[in-house]
Design a protein around this ligand. Structure first.
Ligand code: ZN
Length: 219
């Protein structure tokens, strides 16, 4: 039965890290023999390989769920704020139609919810492809600097109780095991939330993929 394998090569240069994926066809159990995927294969087999390559790999899925960033694959740790009690301010957060609450901003994407008081602010701008950056005015970071409320979750990344949660004072992506109750405090039922935005890590992985594709096209 044919299986596909992926090889990850980490290349460090002045610009930072890049992840390069190489795909080969191998015939189980002789997995040492690698057949390049190209015109040497029948069109049907090429199509099957293309489908398999398109699917998010098990590694990618695991990384998205557990890793703190794309570069070192370091595992996320449980936040030290897991048992914090959100402020009783009566704030109810709607299920959609979010916008940055900073005066004069109003950004409707790349938004973060502060789990301490329910404030909504935009995130930082980050590269999403070569020379292109996502929108963001860094208002949540400024909000943290002003209030000291450290735990935030990216709106639109919450599904099945997993989400892009960040802790400013721990300076890392973290796991909030009490995300369900923290969201419920602001009127949000985690079971009714679905993923509509890419997480920070997904954007980083996409960025790598785009760089690789661009380089391959240039070559
Ligand atoms: Zn903003």
């Amino acid at each position: 039965m044919p299986r596909h394998s992926a090889t990850f090569i980490l290349v460090k240069d002045a610009a930072g890290f890049e992840i390069v994926d190489d795909y080969y066809l191998v015939i189980y159990p002789n997995t040492n023999v690698r057949v390049p995927i190209g015109k040497n294969l029948s069109p049907e087999l090429q199509a099957i390989c293309a489908k398999v390559i398109e699917m998010p790999s098990a590694e990618r899925l695991e990384m998205l769920q557990n890793a703190t960033n794309a570069w070192d694959g370091e595992m996320k740790q449980e936040t030290k704020h897991a048992n914090m009690k959100p402020i009783e301010n009566g704030k109810i957060v709607p299920y959609s139609g979010w916008a940055c609450e900073e005066a004069g901003c109003g950004l409707t994407e790349n938004l973060w919810l502060n789990l301490i008081d329910g404030a909504i602010r935009c995130g930082r701008s980050q590269f999403i492809s070569e020379g292109q950056k996502s929108k963001g005015n860094n208002h949540m970071k400024q909000y943290y600097d002003a209030t000291g409320f450290p735990l935030v979750v990216k709106l639109g990344t919450i599904e099945n109780e997993t989400a892009d949660v960040y802790s400013y004072d721990e300076d890392d992506a973290v796991i909030d095991p009490n995300l369900r109750s923290h969201l419920a405090h602001f009127g949000l039922d985690v079971d009714r939330l679905h993923k509509t935005e890419k997480s920070t890590l997904e954007l980083e992985l996409d960025m790598n993929q785009k760089c690789v594709t661009t380089k391959a096209a240039k070559a």
